[in-house]
Design a protein around this ligand. Structure first.
Ligand code: ZN
Length: 239
């Protein structure tokens, strides 16, 4: 089975279209690590597409916040403004759909899926020590997650942890893998291209990739919607 792994679309329709165009015919199922909505101008479009096509979706912190204005005190002013805007913009059906999304980790195929960390869906896995800690909670050899908007994977061995090669890697049976496909709709690693991963479970191969798109239309929609302008501007820099 070949999986397209995506995360953190954040209502960015144009970035999502670029990922789909770049991966056409390369996968059998779509796996979504959460944060469908929040920040971007197209939450209803994106949610409708996810509902229709994704095989598994776990909830992200923004999905919870945008569906019921929950935990907004943890959000910075820009994220809070975007959550309030998204709550108003969402159809009732889509709000309810976001509330039905399961909390990770969820077992799917031969891997687990969660938004932040296996021990806490809202926790960030950024560093090697955090990856090592998270790996203790995994029930499977491979897991996919998002939340940080930073593409990259960790290979965890009982003697240590290392980052995997950027271009892709074969699964080594002695390791556990925490794989972050990066963010489709709001990358934050200084590279504005949309991030995603492809996992081939027969070949035992995972690759994280990027695809360029022009954020001009997304920027204009963000400004026209009355969302904070910085949410559009940052898409050009990938920060
Ligand atoms: Zn996110």
């Amino acid at each position: 089975m070949r999986y397209l792994i995506i995360s953190d679309i954040h209502a960015n329709w144009e970035a999502l279209q670029a990922v789909l165009a770049a991966t056409e015919g390369e996968y059998d199922q779509i796996v979504n690590c959460g944060d469908l909505a929040g920040y971007g101008p197209d939450p209803n479009h994106v949610i409708e597409w996810c509902r229709a096509t994704n095989a598994i979706i776990v909830r992200g912190n923004h999905d919870k916040a945008c569906a019921q204005l929950d935990n907004l005190e943890w959000f910075n002013p820009v994220a809070r403004a975007a959550a309030l805007w998204t709550f108003q913009a969402l159809t009732l059906e889509h709000r309810e759909f976001l509330l039905t999304l399961p909390k990770g980790p969820v077992l799917f195929g031969d891997f687990q899926v969660f938004h932040g960390a296996p021990q806490d869906e809202d926790e960030y896995v950024i560093s090697e020590p955090e990856a090592r800690e998270a790996a203790q909670y995994l029930d499977t050899q491979v897991a996919f997650f998002g939340h940080t908007h930073l593409q990259g994977s960790f290979a965890v061995h009982r003697n240590g942890v290392r980052r995997t090669p950027e271009e892709g890697f074969e699964i080594d049976e002695s390791m556990k893998y925490l794989v972050n496909p990066g963010s489709v709709g709001q990358p934050r690693d200084g590279d504005p291209r949309a991030g995603f991963a492809i996992y081939d479970s027969e070949e035992r191969y995972i690759e994280c990739r990027r695809v360029s798109y022009d954020p001009s239309d997304t920027y204009r929609k963000i400004v026209d919607a009355g969302l904070p302008e910085v949410l559009g501007r940052r898409l050009f820099a990938g920060v």
